[in-house]
Unconditional design. Structure first.
Length: 381
């Protein structure tokens, strides 16, 4: 099988990144994987091979407005030399990369699979600027009418995609990004957050890209109330992003800086998850929420807004504490509930870890499911 992927994830350009390694694993069951990546020309990158059967092609566009045209041209050059074997075009989303996929399908007659990794139908996503409104209201309907298969990362997104895209349920499948949950459960601790921050009796952990949709500000609002009652509680925020400067300023302005520590993104977060006391997520929306799975696999009690996997199998009071999106009073109340009840903390951590490990599949099983989705998209023409 041959797969031509249109991607917006420039981390693939670094052959040693986690996402690049994931692409190489995908290719191990696919045959050939060609990845066209939206990228500006100042990166001065050309096509390169990152594995025996994985090629990447940055668009080297003069501006972002050139991404669609440049990716379409490169994709056509790749496909014009294809004369045999099953070939599937896949795109990272039903938006800009999806447009490229439609153009390539028209030109080549090869089937098109579209992926959706975020909760695009959530009101917070659609209200997150005019571009997202255009993506959901104009581009997605154009693309979804022309797909042969669709891969989404949660049951909620599947239901919403079928409804809004008016798709045949048979062509929409759920397959999240693989998380090696057994590794999280079994990997030993090499760093202890309590030794790193001995001044705090209890440590709350957040791991996230520091962007608006992650809504770290809401966590700060709840934490502002927490430390008035529990001054020996600390919050460790691990991640980078465009909101970091604003969050640092907010932490100082609200006099949280003695109880809040910012750390850059870590390649190995297992020790962070395992030695924190509580994992906190306050996102406005998520596609899946890998960090929720990673925290749960590490046996941490979770306090979260109802996003991503929070819709699928996190049950408030049974295996997590779940709040409506944007409700800082609820987040505060749930955190107090755990802080004042160690038995609840232990029970939630044990229950969520048990649930996640019971649902887990091996990497081999996952890769076979991935291949089956491409085969299904190719057979649905």
């Amino acid at each position: 099988m041959r797969v031509l992927m249109i991607s917006t994830d420039r981390k693939i350009l670094s052959g040693q990144s986690a996402v690049a390694k994931r692409m190489i694993e995908y290719a191990s069951v696919l045959g050939e994987l060609h990845i066209v990546i939206f990228a500006l020309e100042h990166r001065d990158l050309g096509p390169k091979k990152i594995a025996p059967n994985v090629w990447i092609y940055p668009t080297n566009s003069k501006s972002k407005f050139g991404y669609i045209g440049d990716a379409t041209y490169i994709g056509k050059q790749i496909l014009k030399n294809v004369y045999f074997g099953q070939t599937v075009i896949t795109t990272q989303d039903p938006f800009e990369s999806g447009i490229v996929g439609v153009f390539l399908k028209r030109a080549s007659k090869f089937p098109l699979q579209v992926q959706l990794h975020t909760d695009a139908w959530d009101k917070h996503f659609m209200h997150h600027g005019i571009l997202n409104w255009i993506r959901v209201g104009i581009i997605a309907p154009f693309v979804l009418k022309r797909v042969n298969g669709m891969r989404v990362v949660s049951e909620k997104i599947r239901r919403d995609t079928i409804l809004h895209g008016k798709l045949d349920p048979k062509i929409v499948s759920v397959l999240p990004i693989f998380v090696d949950v057994f590794s999280f459960a079994n990997t030993p601790v090499v760093l202890d957050l309590h030794k790193k921050y001995p001044e705090w009796k209890t440590i709350i952990l957040m791991t996230s890209r520091l962007t608006r949709e992650k809504n770290i500000r809401l966590a700060f609002k709840a934490f502002r109330m927490i430390i008035k009652k529990y001054p020996d509680v600390g919050l460790v925020v691990v991640g980078d992003g465009p909101e970091k400067g604003k969050l640092l300023s907010l932490s100082k302005r609200w006099k949280l800086d003695r109880n809040v520590a910012f750390e850059d993104w870590q390649h190995d977060l297992v020790s962070y998850f395992k030695t924190a006391d509580i994992f906190l997520n306050t996102s406005l929306y998520e596609g899946y929420g890998m960090t929720l799975i990673e925290a749960g696999a590490s046996g941490r009690p979770i306090v979260t807004t109802r996003v991503g996997v929070g819709y699928d199998f996190l049950e408030d009071g049974r295996n997590a504490l779940v709040c409506p999106v944007g409700d800082d009073d609820c987040i505060y109340t749930k955190l107090v509930n755990i802080l004042e009840n160690p038995l609840i903390q232990n029970r939630l951590g044990t229950e969520i870890q048990k649930n996640i490990l019971e649902k887990a599949v091996s990497k081999e099983e996952y890769l076979q499911k991935l291949r089956d989705l491409y085969v299904m998209s190719g057979d649905s023409r």
